[in-house]
Design a protein around this ligand. Structure first.
Ligand code: B3K
Ligand code: ZN
Length: 899
C-alpha cells in the first residue's frame, strides 16, 4: 500500500473558487451534480499545469463538461480513486489561469454505504461525514484541506420522508416540486475545505434558542433529533450557550453565521463533527436526560458540544494545510475544551481525569507499534491518525506552551494566530511562530514535541547539603526509541515545582547564581532542556520534600525515589491538588505492586498499614465534612478513594501479568472495604439526597462519591449491602444511580448477587429496550464483567435482536468494551478472546474499515505480554493479515504491528 509523506507536500496546482452542489436524494441512486469554478493556482511560480486530477471513489460518472463542452471518455481517465482530465485547456474557453467551469454528474448509492463516510443513511435519515477524506465519496473534487471554496448546496428530496433538508450556512431559497418532492438551497459565505461540508435530510424535529453575541448579534440555535428524542436536547443547548460565551470571554472569539445547528444521528464513526454551522453528532454525545443518561455522559455531552463549537475558530476559520497538521486543530481544540470543562466544574478533578487518561492510554500508544509524533511524518490511511497522540498529547503540547509563556502572553499568541491566519489553511509551525512572535519566548527546542514520538522519562534525584544549605535536583531526561526514530534529542520540558518544609510550607526558591530576594517565588517552572541538568537551590535550611511536575506540567514519566512517608506527606500537605492525588496514586501503585510480588512468590499478601490508615483519614474527614460545612470537593475525594486502574498498572509494567494485576488490585480494594466498612457506610448515607436530579458539578460530585462508597460496601459481600445495592438499582430516580448499582451487581462475585443480577439485567432491558443508548449501556455492563464465562455471554449478546454490528456504538458497547475493559477475560490463556476479536475485525473490515482498524488496537500491543500470549496474539494478527481484501485502514495497523 502507498505511504504518504509530509516531505512530499506540494501546494495544489488548481484552486476551487466556487462550489455549487445539487443533490437529487434517493436511497438507492442519488444523483450529484457539481458545478465548480476552478483556476490555476496563481501562487505557484511558473504554474502551467494542464492536467487536472480529482479525487473520487465508489461512484459512477454520468457526464463531465468544461465551460459547457462535454468531455468524452477519451478525454479523461477514471481510476479506483481518481478522475484525471489530461488537458484542461483543450476544453476551457480561456486560459485556465483566468478560470473555467467544471460540471460533473455522478451517481452514488447511500443505502449501500456501510463505511459511514461520505453520504449514507442512518436509520431514516441521510447524513454525511467528510473528514478526513469522505467528500471524495460524494463527488469528484480536490479533496484536500488547503483547497478552500465557497459552497452553495441545493437538496431535492421526497417531502414526506425528508421534510427537513439541511446544509452549511443559510437557507436562501426553497420550494415544492411535482411528485411530492421539495427543495432547499443553502449558502455558506465562508470559504471552507470540503471536509467541513455537511448535508442532512430526514424527518427531524428540533428545539430552538437564541444566543446574543458580544457584539449584540442574535444567533439562532437549533438542535435536530428524531421526535422521540426531543426530551433529551436541553443539556446540549445549555452547554452550547455556555461554550459560546466562554469562547468570547476567554479567547475573544465570536460566532460568525446567523444560525448554528446540531443534528443527532445514531450511526456515526466517532463522537461528532464540526461541519461549518451544521455540526453532526453521534446521539451518544448530544442526547441527555436524567432518566436515561449517566453523569459521565452528561459531562461528555457538555465537553463534546463545546469541542465542536470551538472548532469554528480552531479548525474552521483557521484550518489545516494538510492532514499531517491535524493536531493543529485537534490538540488546540482539546486543550480549549478541557479548560472550558475545568471552568464549568472542578478544575483539579478535570486535570486528574485528563492525566489518568493520558498516562494510561496515550502512553500505551507511545509505547506501541503505531507510535507517532504529534505531527506525523507519514501515514497510509489518515483515518488511523485520529489518535490519542494527536488529540490528547497534542493538547498537552499546547498546555506546555501556555506553561512556558504564562496566560497573558499565551492569549496574545492565540489572538495573533487567529488574526494572522483567519481564512487560511496553515501548519503547526505557523501556530508556534505566532506564539513566539506575540511573546518573545524562544520555542526553538520546544518544537521537538511536534516531531519526536514517545514519552520522555524524567529521572530526578536530589542531594541536600546541610552545611552549605543547598538543595540540588539532578534531572536526567531520556526517551525510548519508537518506530522509525531510534534516537531522540532532548526535549524542552517545563517542570513546575516547589519545595516543602517539614510543616508542609513552600520554601522561597532561589537558584544558585541568582540574587537572594525576600520575595522569591515559592513555585517555579524549571526549563529542563539537556539530557542531564542540575538545579541547585540555596538558602534551604533543612532537607525539603520536593513537589515535582505540579499540575502535570509536561506529559512525561516522572521517577523520583520518594519514600512512602514522603508520598503520604505530599498526599496530605501539598497545596497542589493534582500532586496530592498523584502521590496517593503512586502510593497505591507501590502497595499493589508489593502485593503482586508477594503473590508471585507464593506469599500471602501483607498490606501496608500506612495506606489503610491514610484512606481511613480521608474517609473520616469526608464524613465530618459531609456532616458539617460541606466545603470539600467531593469529586476529588472520590478520585482519592479510587485505586489506579488495571490499565494504568499494566502500562507501568514491563511485562503485563494480567491475572496478577487484577488479583492484587482486587485484594487491596477488598481489604480497604473490610477495614473501613463503617466509614464507607456513613458516607454513603450522608451522600443520599432527595433533591430532584441536577447535573451541576456539586450534585455530580456527591453522586460520584456515594457510588464510590457503595462499590466498596458491595465488596464486603455482606447480603445487606447487596440488598441495598439492589434497592438503589430499583428505586433510583436517575440513570447514574441505577447504572452504578447495576454494574456492581453484575461484577460482584458474591453468591447472593447472582439472583439479583439476573433480575436486574432482565428488568433493565425490559424497561429500556426502546432507548438504544441505554441498551448499549446494558451491553457494555455485561461485556466488562470479570467473572468467568463472560465471553460466552458476549457471544450470545452478539445475536441479540438489539445488536447490530453495523452500528458503531453497538460494536463499541460489546466488542470494544470486552477487549479493552475486561483484561482477564480478553487475555484468557485459551486465546479465545483474541480469536473473537480477530473474527469481528475481519467482519468489520468489509463493512466499516475505520471501526475495524480501531477495534484492532488491543491485539497490536502484544509486545507487553508473556511468550504464550504473544504467540496467540500474533497468530490472530497474521490471520487478519491473510485476508485478501484488507482495507487500507486495517492493513496499515496490522502490518505495522507485525513489523
Ligand atoms: N474532527 C472530527 C473527527 C473526524 C474523524 C474522521 N475520521 C471530530 C472532532 O475531533 O471534533
Ligand atoms: Zn476535534
Amino acid at each position: 500500500a502507498r505511504t504518504i509523506f509530509l516531505k512530499d507536500y506540494q501546494a495544489p496546482a488548481f484552486l476551487i473558487e466556487k462550489t455549487e452542489l445539487h443533490f437529487d436524494l434517493d436511497e438507492t441512486r442519488t444523483r450529484v451534480t457539481s458545478r465548480l469554478v476552478l483556476r490555476r493556482n496563481p501562487d505557484l511560480a511558473g504554474n502551467v499545469e494542464d492536467t487536472l486530477q480529482l479525487d473520487g471513489q465508489d461512484m459512477v460518472l454520468e457526464s463531465l463538461r468544461i465551460d459547457g463542452n462535454e468531455l468524452s471518455s477519451n478525454d479523461y481517465v477514471v481510476a479506483d480513486e481518481s478522475l484525471t482530465i489530461n488537458s484542461v485547456s483543450a476544453f476551457a474557453s480561456q486560459s485556465p489561469d483566468a478560470g473555467f467551469v467544471l460540471e460533473c454528474v455522478t451517481v452514488i448509492k447511500p443505502q449501500e454505504n456501510t463505511s459511514l463516510e461520505g453520504l449514507y443513511k442512518s436509520r431514516t435519515m441521510f447524513c454525511t461525514q467528510c473528514e478526513a477524506e469522505g467528500f471524495r465519496k460524494i463527488t469528484y473534487y480536490l479533496d484536500r484541506p488547503d483547497v478552500m471554496s465557497v459552497f452553495t448546496t441545493t437538496i431535492v428530496a421526497d417531502k414526506d420522508k425528508y421534510p427537513v433538508l439541511l446544509s452549511n450556512g443559510n437557507d436562501i431559497a426553497h420550494g415544492d416540486l411535482d411528485g411530492g418532492r421539495h427543495w432547499v438551497t443553502w449558502e455558506d459565505p465562508f470559504r471552507k475545505p470540503c471536509y467541513l461540508f455537511a448535508l442532512v435530510a430526514g424527518d427531524l424535529k428540533h428545539i430552538e434558542d437564541t444566543f446574543t453575541t458580544c457584539s449584540q448579534r442574535d444567533i439562532t440555535l437549533r438542535i435536530f433529533v428524531e421526535e422521540k428524542d426531543l426530551d433529551k436536547c436541553d443539556h446540549a443547548m445549555d452547554s452550547l450557550k455556555h461554550a459560546m460565551r466562554w469562547d468570547e470571554e476567554v479567547y475573544g472569539r465570536e460566532y460568525d453565521l446567523d444560525i448554528f445547528m446540531i443534528v443527532a444521528v445514531d450511526d456515526f464513526n466517532m463522537g461528532a463533527m464540526e461541519n461549518k454551522g451544521l455540526n453532526i453528532f453521534n446521539t451518544s454525545c448530544v442526547l441527555a436526560n436524567p432518566a436515561t443518561t449517566t453523569d459521565l455522559a452528561f459531562q461528555r455531552v457538555e465537553a463534546v458540544v463545546a469541542h465542536e463549537y470551538f472548532h469554528n475558530w480552531s479548525g474552521n476559520r483557521v484550518t489545516c494545510r494538510d492532514w499531517f497538521q491535524l493536531s493543529l486543530k485537534e490538540g488546540f481544540t482539546v486543550f480549549r475544551d478541557a479548560e472550558f470543562s475545568a471552568d464549568m466544574g472542578s478544575r483539579s478533578v478535570k486535570r486528574v481525569e485528563n492525566v489518568s487518561f493520558l498516562r494510561t492510554a496515550q502512553f500505551a500508544e507511545d509505547a506501541g507499534p503505531m507510535a507517532h509524533p504529534v505531527r506525523p511524518d507519514s501515514y497510509m490511511e489518515i483515518s488511523n491518525f485520529y489518535t490519542l497522540t494527536i488529540y490528547e498529547k497534542g493538547a498537552e503540547v499546547v498546555r506546555m506552551i501556555r506553561e512556558l509563556l504564562g496566560p497573558e502572553k499565551f492569549r496574545a499568541g492565540s489572538d495573533l494566530y487567529f488574526d494572522r491566519h483567519d481564512g487560511q489553511a496553515v501548519t503547526t509551525e505557523d501556530f508556534v511562530l505566532a506564539m513566539e512572535a506575540a511573546s518573545g519566548v524562544d520555542l526553538g527546542q520546544f518544537r521537538r514535541w511536534y516531531t519526536q514520538a514517545g514519552t520522555p522519562q524524567l529521572k530526578i534525584s536530589d542531594n541536600y547539603d546541610a552545611s552549605a544549605q543547598t538543595y540540588e535536583l539532578l534531572v536526567r531526561q531520556s526517551c525510548p526509541p519508537t518506530p522509525e526514530q531510534s534516537h531522540k534529542d532532548a526535549f524542552h520540558i517545563p517542570l513546575r515545582m516547589s519545595l516543602l518544609n517539614a510543616d508542609g510550607d513552600e520554601l522561597p526558591l532561589v537558584l544558585s547564581g541568582e540574587p537572594a530576594a525576600s520575595d522569591a517565588p515559592t513555585e517555579r517552572v524549571l526549563d529542563v532542556t539537556s539530557d542531564v541538568q542540575s538545579f541547585v537551590f540555596k538558602g534551604v535550611k533543612s532537607r525539603p520534600v520536593p513537589s515535582l511536575l505540579r499540575g502535570f506540567s509536561a506529559p512525561v514519566k516522572l521517577q523520583f525515589d520518594y519514600s512512602r512517608d514522603d508520598l503520604l506527606f505530599i498526599m496530605t500537605r501539598d497545596s497542589d491538588g493534582f500532586n496530592r492525588w498523584s502521590a496517593a496514586q503512586d502510593l497505591a501503585v507501590a502497595v499493589i505492586q508489593e502485593i503482586l510480588q508477594q503473590h508471585q512468590r507464593g506469599q500471602s499478601p501483607g498490606i501496608d498499614k500506612r495506606l489503610l490508615d491514610a484512606v481511613g483519614d480521608i474517609l473520616r474527614s469526608a464524613v465530618a465534612d459531609a456532616r458539617g460545612s460541606g466545603e470539600l470537593d467531593q469529586a476529588m475525594l472520590a478520585q482519592l478513594l479510587s485505586l489506579p486502574s488495571e490499565a494504568y498498572l499494566s502500562e507501568l509494567s514491563n511485562e503485563i501479568d494480567v491475572d496478577g494485576i487484577h488479583w492484587a488490585r482486587e485484594t487491596l480494594a477488598d481489604a480497604l472495604a473490610v477495614e473501613h466498612a463503617e466509614n464507607f457506610a456513613d458516607l454513603y448515607k450522608l451522600c443520599q439526597s432527595d433533591a430532584p436530579y441536577s447535573a451541576d458539578a456539586a450534585s455530580i460530585a456527591r453522586r460520584t462519591l456515594k457510588n464510590c462508597c457503595l462499590a466498596y460496601l458491595v465488596r464486603t459481600q455482606e447480603p445487606r449491602w447487596l440488598e441495598i445495592c439492589y434497592r438503589q438499582f430499583n428505586e433510583a430516580g436517575n440513570m447514574t444511580d441505577a447504572d452504578a448499582a447495576l454494574r456492581l451487581l453484575v461484577n460482584s462475585p458474591a453468591e447472593a448477587a447472582q439472583p439479583l443480577r439476573t433480575q436486574a439485567l432482565n428488568d433493565f432491558y425490559e424497561r429500556w429496550q426502546h432507548e438504544s443508548l441505554v441498551v448499549n449501556q446494558w451491553f457494555s455492563v455485561q461485556a466488562i464483567a470479570s467473572r468467568p464465562g463472560t465471553l460466552a455471554q458476549v457471544k450470545l449478546l452478539m445475536n441479540h435482536k438489539a445488536f447490530d454490528i453495523r452500528n458503531p456504538n453497538k460494536a463499541r458497547a460489546l466488542i470494544s468494551a470486552f477487549c479493552n475493559m475486561n483484561a482477564v477475560n480478553f487475555h484468557a490463556l485459551s486465546g479465545e478472546g483474541y480469536t473473537f476479536l480477530a473474527d469481528q475485525v475481519i467482519t468489520l473490515n468489509r463493512l466499516n474499515p475505520q471501526i475495524a482498524a480501531r477495534l484492532l488496537t488491543p491485539l497490536t500491543r502484544w509486545q507487553k505480554y508473556n511468550q504464550q500470549r504473544q504467540h496467540l496474539m500474533k497468530a490472530e494478527l497474521e490471520r487478519i493479515q491473510a485476508d485478501p481484501e484488507l482495507s487500507r485502514d486495517v492493513y496499515e495497523v496490522v502490518s505495522k504491528s507485525l513489523k
